[in-house]
Write a protein that binds this ligand. Structure first.
Ligand SMILES: Nc1nc2c(ncn2[C@@H]2O[C@H](COP(=O)(O)OP(=O)(O)OP(=O)(O)O)[C@@H](O)[C@H]2O)c(=O)[nH]1
Ligand SMILES: [Mg+2]
Length: 470
């Protein structure tokens, strides 16, 4: 997709190939109405008349699609007409809703092509929506994310991006930089006129404030990744404490083997689980202890690696027994802000008094549960969700970056700002600052697709990932 020819009228099948109740062929471009009128016939408008071209925007017309070369009907359809600029692409658009069979749709598409339309390239409808100013690039990318969303969270984040949340945050930062650039350039005139430049600490202060906003946005990419890919949550502990029982309890199914024999779980088991809208990749691991068994040793190594990579660790202890040396070792290693300590087997013992442990690290949540009868599991879920809310900053009021393209451009912009900040601190001239600012502004402009800040290659990269018909 190298040429952008908005003068063409494009068409494509917009519904998935296969058999369905309905199938839609979509036309967009200056001649969408003219082309449709050549191949559409209705009782009201008469056989293939140009009356359709006079019809009002946002009207639906019932009739038949006719092959003009033979006069033969191809399908009975409803034709929806949207006039520029009130359509997805902002161009004249016609959607032909026919019967959803592969042959019918192929014939309808052929009719449009032979009447003068060109087959659309992948994502070309959305590309036109972007080029005609209806969507910015982040919104166009959100359309694709929405179509491909496989979880509720991915769907929610895509919708927020589609509504312009990401673009809005980036615009705010970019506008602040543009204002600063204007002053840096005014400073240049200053120097030319032999006047003194504004003091450098003023520059530093303002650059720091902008850098902070940028850093928050970059941080949100980590949150975005967590939410898209699932929070890596590892159930760890010594053998036989009830890790697999908890795994099964949280998943509400008998996924892992549970036996009274220590060393039952040998390999990692992974399942998806949603707690309070947070997607978790829940992992059951082999119990950690000293053992001569090479299979168990390999399992423990895998468990350790998984714990190191984890975003969240559920450290399970057996509340019905005194703590053992293996437990103490694990507690010492895992008293971090990504751990929740769980005393299990509450059904056969009194709740464990964990005040000494809690006093050592008050920020580590501790709960008593029974994996067998479910007591305390609601509190555990609450603790998990509280920890994740803390970790993700609630993600309710801040924009969340979910695209690596955005993340890269933001990081590049941040690097430019570090340089600008250094130049300002060193008392260098406005010229040095201005060139760094300019580069940062360009990077941010590329994210939303501001004129002059994107290349045809970038557009190709984005829109080629779309399906045809979108
Ligand atoms: N009474 C009681 N027994 C439990 C509870 N949770 C687990 N058990 C028992 O403890 C034993 C070990 O449970 P598992 O879930 O296999 O323990 P694990 O930590 O996965 O053990 P490994 O895979 O060997 O590391 C089984 O006999 C379970 O029935 C609980 O909450 N209460
Ligand atoms: Mg197990």
């Amino acid at each position: 997709m190298t040429h952008t020819r908005l003068t063409d009228t494009i068409c494509a099948i917009a519904t998935p190939l296969g058999v369905g109740g309905l199938g839609v062929v979509r036309l967009s471009g200056p001649n969408a109405l003219g082309i449709s009128s050549k191949i559409f016939s209705s009782q009201r408008h008469g056989a293939t008349s140009s009356a359709l071209e006079q019809a009002a925007s946002h009207t639906v017309h019932h009739g038949w699609m006719i092959d003009p070369s033979s006069g033969e009907p191809v399908d009975e359809v409803l034709l929806t007409l949207m006039r520029t600029p009130h359509s997805y692409t902002r161009e004249d658009t016609v959607e032909i809703s026919g019967h959803g069979g592969p042959v019918v749709l192929a014939r309808l598409l052929e009719l449009c092509l032979s009447a003068g339309a060109r087959l659309a390239e992948p994502g070309e409808f959305t590309k036109r929506a972007f080029l005609n100013g209806r969507l910015d690039l982040t919104q166009a990318e959100a359309v694709m994310a929405l179509i491909h969303a496989e979880s509720e969270t991915a769907h929610r984040l895509a919708l927020r991006q589609l509504r312009g949340e990401v673009a809005g945050s980036i615009r705010t930062i970019r506008d602040a930089l543009i204002e600063l650039l204007a002053q840096a350039e005014a400073g240049l005139d200053f120097v030319e006129q032999g006047l003194v430049e504004p003091p450098s600490d003023q520059w530093c202060g303002r650059l720091d404030a902008i850098q902070q906003q940028l850093a928050a946005l970059i941080d949100s990419a980590r949150v975005g990744e967590l939410l898209r890919e699932g929070i890596h949550t590892v159930i760890a502990g010594r053998p036989n404490v009830g890790k697999s029982s908890l795994f099964n309890r949280l998943l509400r199914k008998d996924r892992a083997i549970v036996t009274p024999f220590p060393g039952t779980t040998r390999d990692l088991l992974e399942e998806m689980l949603v707690i309070n809208n947070f997607p978790l990749r829940l992992i059951d691991t082999a119990g950690i202890r000293t053992t001569p068994d090479p299979i168990e040793q390999e399992g423990m190594q895998r468990a350790r690696r998984s714990i190191d990579d984890a975003d969240l660790v559920l450290l399970v202890l057996d509340g019905s027994q005194p703590l053992q040396s293996d437990d103490r070792l694990l507690i010492d290693q895992m008293m971090t802000n990504k751990t929740i300590i769980i005393f299990n087997k509450l059904d056969v013992c009194e709740p464990v008094d964990y005040s000494t442990l809690a006093a050592r690290r008050p920020q580590v949540p501790i709960v008593n549960i029974s994996a067998v009868n479910g007591t305390g599991c609601d509190q555990l879920k609450e603790q998990i969700s509280r920890l994740l809310i803390e970790r993700t900053g609630g993600m309710s009021e801040r924009a969340v970056i979910t695209t690596s393209r955005h993340q890269q451009a933001l990081t590049a912009a941040a690097e430019q700002l570090v340089r600008a900040r250094q130049a300002a601190a060193d008392g260098l001239s406005g010229e040095c600052i201005a060139s760094d600012l300019n580069e940062a502004i360009k990077q941010l402009g590329g994210i939303i697709g501001v004129e002059g800040a994107f290349t045809e290659e970038l557009l190709d990269n984005i829109f080629n990932q779309f399906c045809i018909g979108k």
